[in-house]
Design a protein around this ligand. Structure first.
Ligand SMILES: Nc1ncnc2c1ncn2[C@@H]1O[C@H](COP(=O)(O)OP(=O)(O)O)[C@@H](O)[C@H]1O
Ligand SMILES: [Mg+2]
Length: 296
């Protein structure tokens, strides 16, 4: 199994070896990039939480399949459910472990957070581009992680719906898609029930991941959100911030894992009945992520 995976990865690398033209991107001083400590796939690659991101990646992307989605949008019903954190960790897994180009685009023009997660301040971003104030080479930011570029949100604007729904946005995604054949574009979106932008972006994305915050997102909101999305494009639901009361439950859902102790989890919270609740709403749930409490 492992050998086959290596061979497939090698083939994938060879296929893209001829795409040598280096994309122009702004290179920031790595010392200016102080990554948020919840970016576990970077700081704790062997932790159980990173393993969940790996699983998520393998569920949604099968690189050897022709129609495997390349532009993936991540949304949720409301803000604060973990979209950005999931988007960034997924992008890192794609860049580091698949050795594919990953581009994380902050499409939440109301509450942009990607640049903040990378510790960057006052960066130009998507809003500048959509207003015609900047062009692609001044938009892409090279991160300290090989093969991972980001596009920040940029300064807040009055009319995010018009900007995201513009021809310029469509053209940008087309252009970015066409540059590297093995590139995955992750769109970190605004919340579905509070803003119109994700519904507009649905048309431009190949696949959608819906994030649900365990114990917080009401069932009615999930149902409402699902009505707004193109069902054919939903790749799965990520149940985020799961908490377990006992070790037995962890083992039931994740198997034993010696890296579990990389992170401290609360063992005092309710059982994961939210998982069953969510499964009841949409059977095709793919991944759940534990609540992660990072070390101080
Ligand atoms: N599984 C998790 N465990 C612990 N904290 C989390 C988890 N998911 C998200 N958070 C935290 O919750 C806050 C909101 O997450 P964020 O990704 O910004 O949400 P959104 O993009 O949906 O608004 C952030 O401080 C983030 O670090
Ligand atoms: Mg966000």
């Amino acid at each position: 199994m492992g050998k086959m995976f290596d061979v497939l990865q090698k083939l994938e690398r060879e296929k893209t070896a001829d795409q040598k033209k280096e994309e122009p991107a702004i290179v920031t001083d790595p010392e200016n990039q102080v990554l948020d400590n919840k970016i576990v796939s970077f700081f704790a690659p062997s932790s159980m939480v990173t393993e969940q991101f790996r699983r998520l990646r393998t569920h949604i992307i099968q690189p050897n399949q022709q129609n495997s989605p390349k532009t993936i949008m991540i949304t949720s019903t409301l803000s604060g459910e973990g979209k950005s954190l999931i988007a960034i960790n997924l992008a890192i897994i794609i860049a580091v472990e698949m050795q594919s180009h990953a581009l994380l685009v902050d499409c939440d023009l109301r509450n942009p957070s990607v640049s903040r997660l990378f510790g960057l301040k006052d960066t130009k971003g998507l809003s500048n581009y959509l207003l015609g104030e900047t062009e692609i080479p001044d938009l892409l930011i090279k991160t300290s992680i090989d093969k991972l570029n980001i596009i920040a949100g940029g300064p807040l604007q009055e009319n995010p719906v018009e900007l995201i729904g513009s021809e310029r946005m469509k053209n940008l995604l087309q252009e970015l898609k066409s540059r590297y054949k093995d590139r995955y574009i992750i769109l970190d979106c605004s919340p579905l029930l509070a803003t119109t932008e994700p519904t507009v972006l649905t048309e431009m994305a190949d696949g959608i991941l819906l994030v649900i915050k365990s114990g917080k997102t009401p069932r009615e909101s999930i149902q409402q959100a699902l009505k707004l999305l193109n069902k054919d494009k939903i790749m799965g639901i990520v149940l985020n911030s799961m908490e377990y009361r006992t070790k037995a439950l962890i083992q039931r859902h994740f198997g034993t894992n010696r890296y579990y102790h990389d992170y401290h989890y609360s063992k005092t919270h309710p059982e994961p009945d939210n998982w069953e609740k969510a499964a009841f709403i949409l059977k095709d749930i793919k991944t759940m992520l534990l609540k992660l409490v990072t070390r101080k």
